[in-house]
Design a protein around this ligand. Structure first.
Ligand SMILES: Cc1cc2nc3c(=O)[nH]c(=O)nc-3n(C[C@H](O)[C@H](O)[C@H](O)COP(=O)(O)OP(=O)(O)OC[C@H]3O[C@@H](n4cnc5c(N)ncnc54)[C@H](O)[C@@H]3O)c2cc1C
Length: 391
């Protein structure tokens, strides 16, 4: 029996490959998840409420800016450590998980493209939990096709005036600032020859910013997901992030890492569903004589470990400085598809108990479906992989 020192037993084979620092962050995630009762976890889902207090508590533990340098308040951890935290949080459906993932996704472009003033204003407040960040890319008519973005920005004196709507924004109704991609128009308001899609940092208190429709979704509940609306929203000139026309580069560079976070979450969901399935099978002799159940369980374990292997490889690629987008896409597909398949089979195995909320399998089943869609659908990821070889 491998020694795990209180760390999750299913990771026993991986532990010797983790550094002490990585094990420290994993232990923090375990302790944080232990502090949240099953009732609290279920309530944030059933009532669709965001737990700001838990977000702030996670930030106090250093989890709000884990994979960033200490210069602007980051925790100085590597991406694999952040992956381990996300995996553990998802396995146990910790209510703050998705907002924390997006929060890190949003700090990434500020580190990479932000001015000194932007870094000083937004990063320390993000790591402390004073500010919660959200990512505004998707629009009602622009999801996979980011070139179709119709939110506009036009310079007027020393401000940009934004108009448009962003939809399905995780943490939208609770966030303090947003990384927003908008089409920068020429000074006369025309589009032709304009710089194109550009990133901005928009604060919730800027005039003309509004929260739109709030969503009551099948999965990923409890994350304040909503529309955000810009009606002549006034954004100081200094809040452009990166150069004019760099918006897609800013967004896609962040999403390449964000997809590894999603892969980690989905690996955790798959493991959580597998844990529940193993518990059910272990409690009965029924059906094991033919070997069919063992065959099924063996297949599910293989899916989970394959997802984990790709996810850790993608995280190590980020830590090496390479950040391989194809690897990130493969990890995202493999892990979210595994979470969907394993949770489906786990519900079949557990029958009515699997449909009931205590085992968390039905929650994982609902969340996994969303995982196949957001931060780039799995269909689009497959095309991205093919194009990386065929270009
Ligand atoms: C729970 C949740 C949270 C989210 N959080 C955020 C957030 O915080 N910020 C944000 O900006 N967005 C967010 N999104 C939006 C998400 O990123 C988009 O839903 C996703 O990118 C897909 O865009 P779409 O919904 O417009 O679908 P579409 O792009 O319209 O796609 C519809 C279907 O067509 C397929 N498809 C589209 N184009 C092609 C093509 N060229 N070839 C083949 N198939 C194609 C897609 O794969 C998909 O199956 C969230 C979504 C969900 C569900």
């Amino acid at each position: 029996m491998l020694k795990t020192d209180g760390l999750p037993a299913h990771l026993a084979k991986h532990l010797p490959l983790f550094s002490n620092d990585q094990k420290k962050w994993l232990a923090k995630a375990v302790a944080f998840a232990d502090s949240i009762s099953l009732e609290e976890t279920k309530r944030s889902d059933s009532e669709n409420t965001f737990r700001r207090d838990l977000f702030e508590a996670a930030c106090r533990e250093g989890l709000g800016a884990l994979p960033f340098p200490t210069t602007y308040g980051g925790s100085g951890g590597d991406y694999l450590s952040f992956v381990l935290v996300n995996e553990e949080f998802a396995r146990r459906c910790v209510p703050v998980m998705s907002s924390l993932g997006v929060h890190v996704l949003c700090q990434e472009p500020v580190y990479r493209h932000g001015s000194e003033d932007q870094k000083k204003k937004y990063l320390p407040n993000s790591s402390s939990g004073k500010f919660l960040a959200a990512f505004g890319l998707t629009e009602p008519n622009a999801g996979s096709d980011t070139a179709a973005i119709s939110t506009t920005a036009k310079l007027s004196a020393d401000e940009y005036i934004l108009n448009g709507t962003k939809t399905f924004i995780t943490s939208g109704a609770s966030a303090d600032y947003f990384i927003v991609m908008a089409r920068l128009l020429n000074d006369d308001g025309s589009k032709e020859g304009s710089p194109g899609i550009t990133a901005f940092i928009v604060e919730k208190d800027f005039p003309g910013f509004q929260i739109g429709q709030k969503f009551d979704m099948l999965g990923m509940r409890g994350y304040s997901t909503c529309e955000i609306v810009f009606s002549d929203c006034r954004v100081p000139k200094a809040n452009m992030l990166g150069a004019p026309g760099d918006g897609r580069k800013v967004a896609l560079g962040s999403l390449a890492k964000g997809r590894v976070t999603i892969a980690a979450q989905a690996t955790g969901w798959a493991q959580g569903a597998l844990d529940a399935a193993l518990k059910v099978v272990a409690s009965t002799e029924h059906g094991r004589e033919s070997g069919q159940l063992d065959y099924l369980i063996g297949s599910l374990v293989l899916m989970v470990e394959s997802a984990r292997a790709l996810t850790y490889q993608a995280a190590r690629s980020i830590d090496s400085g390479e950040s391989d987008v194809t690897l990130a896409a493969m990890a995202k597909i493999q892990a979210t598809d595994a979470a969907m398949k394993v949770s489906t089979e786990a519900i079949s195995l557990a029958q009515e108990k699997g449909l009931e909320s205590d085992l968390l399998i039905e929650r994982i089943f609902r969340d996994a479906k969303a995982g196949q869609i957001y931060e780039g659908t799995n269909q689009i990821q497959r095309m991205l992989i093919a194009r990386s070889l065929l270009k």
